[in-house]
Design a protein around this ligand. Structure first.
Ligand SMILES: [Zn+2]
Length: 111
């Protein structure tokens, strides 16, 4: 099935590469059409809220509006990653791995 809307790339922590990139709504970014946060906000400005909503995933849009990225505030970016990996959303999840935990252990070693 072809997805008629574009999804928004979730901001990455600055030390992470493109591998494992996901969308704001949680899809594998390699498997759906995506745009960056900046592209999305430019699109919304150009098309207006309603027309933009017809071509953009609304779960992604809501999530992008709710969270900042590392450039906005590194603490909020980390808070988000912690909540994701620890499964602290509206339902508890345990399938998001322990990449951040490993990265924080590495950071502690470096510091
Ligand atoms: Zn989406």
């Amino acid at each position: 099935m072809k997805d008629p809307v574009d999804h928004i790339l979730r901001p990455r922590l600055p030390w992470r590469g493109d591998e494992g990139a996901i969308t704001e709504c949680g899809y594998d970014a390699a498997k759906v059409r995506t745009l960056t946060r900046d592209e999305y906000f430019a699109r919304r400005k150009e098309l207006g809220q309603r027309r933009c909503a017809m071509v953009t995933c609304m779960t992604c849009a809501d999530t992008a509006a709710r969270w900042g990225d590392w450039g906005d505030d590194p603490r909020r970016a980390l808070e988000r990653e912690i909540a994701w990996e620890c499964g602290l959303g509206y339902r508890t999840r345990t399938d998001h791995g322990q990449r951040l935990r490993d990265e924080l252990a590495a950071i502690a070693t470096l510091i």
